[in-house]
Design a binder for this molecule. Structure first.
Ligand code: NAP
Length: 657
């Protein structure tokens, strides 16, 4: 069945295939078996919206308010009785739906808001527009509700998008919907960005997959809750192909510089392609989507280059590299190492993991689990179930953990920063203790001495401790002194002889837009002006750099509530609304004024100091070299969404075309 979701007039049919479901031919027993595997809160909402039967939204069936803590309870904490009744009703409803010939659903069902409220407990009226945007029913609400041909038919206006990763593909899609001419420049030979680049063993998501997908392209059939790199790469690639984005991407072409010409109100972009050919092209506006966690940080360890074995960064894992039987050293214990180590431990002959600071780990038992067969069947047969499941995943993660990292005035503890933070700390330690009761030495080394949330928390289903407990594996906490041709020498004088060194040492996260040379009005050099301490209004615009919009910019990283896709979509929609302002008002340029820029940054800097990452002394990519949390968004998702929903032209100096 191909479901029609009404879109703007320029909706692109290919994306509708993401909602495709099959007609139900299963017998009653098959349906009942499938419902056993269901995520019930979202199934009740999906079925209520589908059939209009409000018995499915009865108060007794409603999941309790989400509990703030390290992990989320199965079925949102519904009681056993509520679950049994929910299953009974769901089976009855699906059978009746099948028997009525599986009619196409009404995307604008009258029960939409009630079904949203049923599962999004605690969401006040102020959340409804955001939640509708995320559910994208009855239509894709992030799509521009205008097209250039209506607004400024005679105006020449084209936009450059830099990067064809997740944010770039989203930006291109929105420009396409608005009927604006654009070109995407991508340095790699394919779309995907970090998901194309990171091919190390074990690479997968650590944000629940359904929530880590575009609101405008909601895939129903993710194979796992936290899918692997190949699946995410396939998804981005499919979105680029199902829309016309792919046709607009100039691959293997790196942007070297961008220079603004105020007299013409045009940006000149200089590129270099795979054949080293340099070209320039002019654009009215630029949306940068260059990513943030993609410039490898190489550690400053003496002798690094003298090593005679194989040495590479985790994000530059050589395709097909075989670790079988080799002695491997992994430097770093962040998200990348955490995925590499358990994936290779069984194949290697010796594994040494070099840790400076242990990560905090969130208990996530289903981290490597496939979507259960019954759940997969339901996602393939119940119209919009995938959307409701995504919505539920989005809601339980949204804002939920923010209070857990809050700095509490007067809280006096050597590690935690507040009572909720202390609760989270104790819960995570309990989780560690359960896994390491037989290895007090490892427990001590793996217990962080900084507050949870001060740096990226990792998903844990026990594979990390299990890998480190293997007889041929070793966690080394002695400081690395140097690297020589045979291996790594630690402060205790020991040489750790290995065949391969993997640098899982992270990224230059705070150097936004590097190494592109960006020259704005009157020759203003962006990187000189920033001097390494990057700032932007809403993380998107900078004074002196008109018509330049960043995605994934400073202070936009939502690190405990939501995903990078959320902030990217916000920034893209903001850029589109700004472009609307330029076209509707017949302006040539918009340049953010200093006052809103300063006010915004002061407020966000102060906000970051109320969060664990803003005050803790531990090293982390959340903070730049000056110690300022220049990467993180400290407030609610709702607030960022509201601030970026529409560009306020009052914040900008405007010049008529
Ligand atoms: P990271 O979190 O920045 O971790 C880098 C690790 O290298 C840290 O353990 C760090 O130690 C260590 N390190 C750095 N320099 C070192 C040195 N000179 N000597 C010894 N150790 C050193 O980097 P990452 O693991 O690549 O992850 C970066 C971010 O990318 C993640 O936080 C996440 O947002 C994203 N990511 C996501 C996924 C996913 O979704 N599945 C996977 C991978 C990465 P200290 O802790 O002491 O600084």
């Amino acid at each position: 069945m191909n479901i029609a979701v009404s879109q703007t007039p320029h909706a692109l049919n290919g994306l509708r295939r993401f909602d495709q479901v099959d007609p139900i031919v299963a017998d009653d027993a098959g349906i009942a078996a499938a419902v056993e595997d269901a995520d019930l809160p979202s199934l009740l909402a999906a079925l209520a919206a589908l059939t209009g039967d409000d018995r499915l939204l009865a108060e007794e069936l409603r999941p309790p308010p989400p509990r703030m803590g390290a992990s989320i309870k199965p079925q949102g904490g519904m009681s056993e009785e509520a679950q049994a009744e929910a299953r009974r009703l769901a089976v009855e409803t699906i059978i009746a739906y099948r028997d009525s010939g599986s009619p196409a659903p009404d995307p604008a069902t009258p029960l939409l808001e009630r079904a949203m409220g049923f599962i999004a407990r605690g969401a006040g009226a102020e959340y409804i527009p955001l939640l509708k945007h995320e559910l994208a029913l009855p239509r894709d609400l992030g799509a521009p509700d205008w097209i250039k041909a209506d607004l400024a038919p005679d105006r020449d206006f084209k936009v450059a998008v830099i990067g064809a990763g997740l944010s770039g593909v989203a930006a291109a899609h929105r420009l396409e919907q608005a009927g604006i001419g654009y070109t995407v420049f991508e340095k790699n030979p394919d779309v995907g960005g970090v998901w194309w680049e990171n091919i190390y063993p074990g690479c997968r998501l650590d944000t629940p997959n359904f929530a880590y997908s575009y609101s405008f392209a909601q895939k129903q059939d993710w194979p796992e809750q936290f899918s692997r790199q190949t699946e995410i790469q396939k998804y981005i690639s499919r979105v680029a192909s199902e829309t016309s984005v792919r046709q607009h991407v100039v691959f293997e072409t790196e942007v070297l510089s961008m220079q603004y010409d105020a007299a013409a109100a045009l940006w000149t972009i200089e590129t270099r392609n795979a054949a080293s050919k340099i070209r320039t092209e002019t654009f009215n506006a630029i949306i940068t989507a260059t990513g943030q966690l993609n410039k490898p940080a190489y550690p400053d360890i003496p002798g690094l280059r003298s090593f005679q074995g194989d040495l590479f960064h985790s994000a530059r894992w050589p395709a097909g590299f075989d670790v079988e039987g080799k002695r491997i050293a992994v430097i770093g214990t962040g998200a990348s190492a955490y995925q590499i180590v358990p994936s290779i431990v069984d194949a290697v002959s010796a594994l040494e993991v070099f840790q400076r600071n242990p990560p905090w780990m969130l208990p996530t038992p289903n981290y490597h689990e496939e979507i259960k067969p019954g759940m997969a069947w339901l996602l393939h047969h119940v119209p919009y179930y995938g959307r409701w499941f995504r919505f539920w995943q989005f809601w339980i993660a949204a804002e939920g953990r923010l209070p857990l990292v809050e700095v509490e005035a007067g809280w006096d503890h050597p590690i935690s920063v507040g009572s909720a933070n202390e609760g989270l700390r104790l819960e995570c330690i309990e989780h560690l203790k359960k896994q390491l009761s037989d290895r007090p030495d490892l427990l001590e080394k793996l217990t962080p001495n900084y507050p949870p949330g001060a740096k990226r928390m990792l998903r844990d289903n026990g594979v990390w401790a299990a890998a480190l407990k293997q007889p041929h594996a070793r966690l080394v906490t002695d400081k690395i002194q140097r690297i020589d041709k045979r291996g790594i020498v630690t402060d205790d004088g020991q040489l750790h002889e290995v065949d391969v060194i993997v640098l899982a040492t992270g990224f230059e996260a705070s150097d936004y837009l590097m190494p592109i040379k960006v020259t704005g009005r009157a020759g203003k050099d962006l990187h000189d002006w920033w001097a390494g301490d990057c700032r932007a209004y809403l993380g998107i615009t900078m004074p002196g750099f008109p018509n330049l919009f960043m995605t994934g910019g400073p202070t936009t990283g939502v690190v405990v509530n939501g995903s990078a896709i959320f902030s990217a979509e916000c920034a893209v929609e903001y850029a589109l609304s700004a472009i609307y302002g330029l076209l509707a008002g017949n302006y040539a340029e918009m340049d953010v004024r200093q006052v809103p820029f300063d006010d915004y940054n002061q407020r966000v800097d102060a906000g970051n100091l109320t969060k664990a990452w803003g005050v803790a002394k531990v090293s982390s990519w959340y903070r730049n070299r000056f110690g300022r949390a220049s990467q993180t968004w400290p407030f609610s998702l709702l607030e960022y969404w509201r601030l970026t929903k529409n560009a306020d032209l009052g914040d900008y100096d405007l010049v008529k075309a």
